[in-house]
Design a protein around this ligand. Structure first.
Ligand SMILES: Cc1cc2nc3c(=O)[nH]c(=O)nc-3n(C[C@H](O)[C@H](O)[C@H](O)COP(=O)(O)O)c2cc1C
Length: 194
């Protein structure tokens, strides 16, 4: 089991960050981040998440028009904003990702609804893996759903192959800018043991 320091880093003391200092996040760190995130489990090992790490001023300028007002400063100040998308045809990679049963691709080609549900379920899990991996690497994150998805899709994925799920700011957070910790549901409110 991890010690308390590690549990604090990942969960108990970890916060959603609203502002970041100017410490850059290097390409090697983004590779390390993906190399941890990619190991989290997905159904049939389908790995639907795709990432665009927005780091340059040029790329940020393309993203900003699609961010809601209250999030603009948060995205502007983050050294990295990850666009976490799903590959609409994630199942085309199943033969290489699930090689003992390449026919598993057919589970998804028959129903667009089932494919979309699978992509969203597993892509969102992978987004969570990314956040925990970032924290494990000593980075801070600020997840963002306040943006115009159609706008982001048109700007970054005009061919329709990837579809944005959520955004996630990544960097070194400024602790003084986090909000007050909000309550969480008690065990008995959220869990049953049967
Ligand atoms: C999927 C997702 C989307 C979020 N979208 C936003 C957002 O658009 N703007 C924002 O300021 N915070 C956003 N948050 C941050 C949440 O409000 C925050 O995680 C929650 O209040 C818990 O805060 P804590 O992690 O500091 O305890 C989002 C969080 C998640 C997981």
């Amino acid at each position: 089991m991890l010690d308390q320091t590690a549990l604090d880093l990942l969960f108990s003391q970890a916060r959603s960050h609203n502002d970041f200092d100017s410490t850059p996040v290097g390409k090697e760190q983004l590779h390390a981040l993906y190399d941890l995130m990619k190991m989290g489990p997905t159904s049939a090992n389908c790995c639907p998440a795709r990432l665009v790490f927005v780091t340059s001023d040029e790329a940020k300028a393309r993203l900003m028009p699609h961010i809601i007002e209250s999030n603009i400063e948060k995205v502007t100040n983050a050294p990295v904003c990850a666009i976490i998308a799903n590959d609409v045809k994630f199942y085309d990679r199943i033969p290489e990702l699930f090689p003992h049963n390449p026919q598993a691709r057919d589970w998804f080609t028959g129903s667009e609804e089932f494919a979309a549900e699978t992509a969203m379920r597993n892509g969102s899990l992978q987004a969570a893996y990314l956040m925990l991996a970032a924290r494990a690497l000593g980075l801070d994150v600020g997840p963002i759903s306040g943006f115009d998805a159609n706008g982001v899709n048109q700007e970054f994925f005009p061919d329709g192959k990837w579809r944005v799920n959520m955004l996630c700011n990544i960097g070194h957070g400024r602790p003084e800018a986090v909000f007050e910790r909000l309550p969480r549901l008690a065990f008995d409110d959220a869990c049953h043991i049967i």
